[in-house]
Design a protein around this ligand. Structure first.
Ligand code: SAM
Length: 284
C-alpha cells in the first residue's frame, strides 16, 4: 500500500503530467504554462512538435525526448533525475499524456520509486467529444484506438454492441469509412453514433445520426482531420441482437426445415428489425 502526499517532499523531484491543447492554443491552462516553465525538464513525445507549442505559448525550457519507442530505456534515466530532486513535466503531442499516448511506463516507475506523480487537468479529445455527443456520459467506456484488422474489429463490436455504456474510440481519417462499415455490419442500422471531428479547431463538426446515416454521409464527404467516434449505449439489453446473432437464429430455424424466407420473416418480426435488411445481411 502507498499514500502519496503530492506536495510534501521537496527533496525529491515530482513528475507532472501536463495536458496540452488538442487544437486551440487558448486551451492551455495557467497552471500548465507555469509548470512547463518552472520544471527542470520537459519530457516530450516529439521535441520538435512540442518545441513549436512551447514557443507559441512563450515557454522556454530544456526538453528531453520520451516516446513509445524509447520509453523503456528512457524511464530509468528520468527516474534518476527525479530522485536527484529535478522536476519533470511530461507532455504528449496533444491532449493528455497517457491517454492513447506514452507516459504510463514512467508513471508506473515513479509510483514504484515513491516519486510523486502530479496530474494536471486539461484537454483530452475523448472527454471533449463525450460532453457534446448528446449521449449519457454515465457510464462510458473509452477504448482508444481499435485493432486495424476488420475481423478483430467485428469481434470487438459484437461485445460493444451489448454495452449499456456510451462507447468511445479514436480512428484515423483514412480508416474511418472502413471502420464505420464494420460497425454497420454488427450494430442495428438505427443505432445512434456521433463522429466528432477537429475538436476545438476551425473545422470542428459533430456528425450525429444512425450508423447508416453516418456511413452514407461519409460516402458523400471524405473524412478529413482528427476523429473521435462515439456509440450510444445499448438501452434495450434484451431486444437488440447483433446481425451475426440474428443470422444464427435464422440458421437455427432453417436447420429445423423452415424455409429461409419464412425463417428470415420470423426472426425479423420477433426482433423488430427490417425483413429486407435481414435478408440482405443473411445473403451477404
Ligand atoms: N492524448 C490525446 C488525448 O488526450 O485525447 C490523444 C492522442 S492520440 C495519439 C490522437 C488521436 O486523438 C487522434 O487520432 C484523434 O482520434 C484524437 N484526437 C486528438 N485531437 C483531436 C481533435 N482535435 N479532434 C478530434 N479528435 C482528436
Amino acid at each position: 500500500m502507498q499514500v502519496q502526499s503530492s506536495f510534501k517532499d521537496d527533496k525529491i523531484g515530482h513528475l507532472y503530467l501536463v495536458p496540452t491543447p488538442i487544437g486551440n492554443l487558448e486551451d492551455i491552462t495557467l497552471r500548465a504554462k507555469r509548470i512547463l516553465a518552472e520544471a527542470d525538464y520537459v519530457a516530450a513525445e516529439d521535441t520538435r512538435t512540442s518545441g513549436i507549442l512551447l514557443e507559441k505559448i512563450g515557454v522556454h525550457n530544456h526538453m528531453l525526448s520520451f516516446h513509445k519507442y524509447n520509453s523503456k530505456e528512457r524511464a530509468p534515466e528520468l527516474i534518476k533525475l527525479l530522485k536527484s530532486g529535478k522536476n519533470i513535466a511530461e507532455i504528449s503531442d496533444a491532449g493528455m499524456p497517457v491517454i492513447s499516448d506514452p507516459g504510463y511506463i514512467l508513471v508506473q516507475e515513479c509510483i514504484k520509486n515513491d516519486i510523486p506523480v502530479i496530474p494536471l487537468p486539461g484537454p483530452s479529445a475523448f472527454a471533449t467529444a463525450l460532453i457534446a455527443s448528446g449521449f449519457d456520459a454515465q457510464p462510458f467506456t473509452y477504448y482508444g484506438f481499435l485493432s486495424r484488422k476488420s475481423s478483430e474489429q467485428k469481434v470487438f463490436f459484437e461485445k460493444m454492441n451489448k454495452a449499456p455504456a456510451t462507447s468511445i474510440f479514436y480512428e484515423a481519417p483514412h480508416r474511418l469509412k472502413k471502420t464505420l462499415k464494420n460497425l454497420g455490419e454488427v450494430l442495428s442500422p438505427e443505432r445512434q453514433i456521433v463522429c466528432a471531428r477537429e475538436l476545438t479547431k476551425i473545422h470542428e463538426e459533430f456528425i450525429r445520426g444512425s450508423v447508416k446515416e453516418v456511413i452514407d454521409y461519409f460516402d458523400q464527404n471524405d473524412p478529413r482531420g482528427e476523429f473521435v467516434v462515439l456509440v450510444s449505449p445499448n438501452e434495450d439489453q434484451e431486444e437488440t441482437l447483433s446481425w451475426p446473432e440474428l443470422i444464427k437464429q435464422v440458421d437455427e430455424l432453417v436447420a429445423q426445415d423452415i424455409s429461409k424466407k419464412d425463417a428470415i420473416k420470423q426472426v425479423a418480426k420477433e426482433n423488430k428489425v427490417s425483413k429486407n435488411e435481414l435478408y440482405d445481411k443473411y445473403h451477404q
